[in-house]
Design a protein around this ligand. Structure first.
Ligand code: G3I
Length: 357
């Protein structure tokens, strides 16, 4: 009898804390524990002082990534100076809340400072600048940032399968333009020297499905793996528009990449909806959006090598979609502008709760 009374007494506080049936649902990060998958989101440091933003972030996610503040224009504002203040703020938040941090991004053709883009540097000067940038930034966060998007969006939008013409490849490039993806290889090697423990990822847009762009990335990653270039993962951004997602092709793509021995991260998921002038979507679109989140998350969880699902922000209050679509699109994330969970949230949590099959 005594032990029964003891169990009853222990159950009362547990129930009051919300672990009883129907009292409190698991958060995303709690639901993710079963499968061990990382569930993350992009973060803007200016919002961390907003109580609802910070508490939702800490409660729901076990991983985060600075949305903009580790990009060159913020972190490397002048040739000889680096500014880690905003990145450090985010890393500090993550540490306090037991979250992992992804780094974004070391090499991109956008959000670069004028001193760099207008500096008229020679290829050898650019190579030195890039090596120093990668080693300084990765070195600063050594042991704190577990995974880096080393190179972002290096393949062209309009010329399927071709590398994009950029400052880094051939405008004028770091001196390796004649040998295709060699400049990317060099960047991975520099990042690895700066932090041999970090997971090094190639991140891309529009390569989620099997298509000429993902074919080209696949060939590059296979080549890198065969030659021992330190690449550990591929990031598929997953910015979905027009409520269209070919999930069978996404799944086949994840399968072939993970078969190369690299991890796949879904790095920037959002599902943009048409919105009225007040920013409101149609209710039926919210349901379809939820189905897309569910199906994409299922595709990830059905491949053991797909180890992270990250959304590009979490509240519709702060999403890049609005300002980048003249506010005709929006409502792309898991929480609305008042931090209320949307159908997409419940769908994602269901998948995480079920775990890997
Ligand atoms: O820094 C200035 C600030 O000084 C100024 O007051 C403000 C006024 O609009 O603009 C600020 O710059 C903005 C910058 O983000 C930093 O917040 C730019 O206008 C804005 O265009 C820029 O947008 C970012 C975009 O990358 C740049 O292309 C978005 O926030 C960010 O979500 C987006 O993220 C990219 C990923 O890095 C790569 N994959 C695609 C993804 C979506 O485009």
């Amino acid at each position: 009898m005594k032990w029964r009374a003891l169990i009853f007494l222990l159950a009362i506080p547990a129930f009051c804390l919300g672990f009883g049936d129907g009292v409190r649902e698991h958060s995303l990060r709690e639901a993710a524990q079963a499968s061990g998958i990382l569930i993350g989101t992009a973060v803007r440091p200016a919002q961390l002082s907003e109580a609802a933003y910070a508490s939702t972030l800490a409660r729901e996610f076990n991983m985060l990534e600075p949305e903009d503040v580790l990009k060159w224009e913020v972190v490397h504002p002048e040739r000889e100076s680096f500014d880690f203040s905003q990145g450090d703020q985010i890393v500090d938040f993550a540490t306090r809340h037991g979250m992992k941090v992804r780094g974004h991004t070391l090499v991109w053709h956008q959000q670069n400072p004028k001193w760099l883009t207008e500096g008229k540097y020679t290829s050898s000067e650019l190579a030195q600048i890039l090596e120093k940038h990668i080693k300084t930034v990765v070195g600063h966060y050594r042991g704190k940032i577990f995974a880096w998007d080393v190179v972002n969006e290096a393949f062209d939008e309009l010329r399927p399968g071709k590398l994009r013409s950029t400052l880094w490849l051939n405008q004028p490039g770091i001196g390796l333009a004649a040998s295709g993806s060699s400049y990317i290889e060099r960047c991975f090697r520099w990042a690895h020297e700066a932090d041999p423990q970090a997971l090094l990822v190639y991140n891309e847009a529009g390569a989620e499905v099997v298509n000429p762009k993902s074919d080209a990335i696949y060939a590059m990653v296979r080549d890198f793996r065969q030659r021992g270039v330190p690449i550990d993962g591929v990031g598929f951004q997953m910015h979905i528009e027009n409520l269209r997602a070919d999930v069978a092709s996404i799944s086949a793509n994840i399968k072939r990449f993970t078969a190369l021995g690299v991890q796949v991260h879904i790095t920037e998921m959002d599902v943009a909806l048409p919105v009225d002038p007040n920013g409101n979507p149609r209710p039926e679109d919210l349901q379809q959006q939820a189905d897309i989140y569910r199906e994409v998350a299922n595709a990830c969880l059905s491949h053991p090598g797909c180890t992270a699902i990250q959304t590009w922000g979490f509240t519709d209050k702060y999403s890049w979609i609005g300002s980048h679509s003249k506010h005709t699109q929006g409502a792309a994330l898991l929480f609305d502008r008042s931090y209320a969970a949307k159908p997409a949230y419940a769908a994602l949590r269901d998948v995480l709760t079920t775990g890997r099959r």
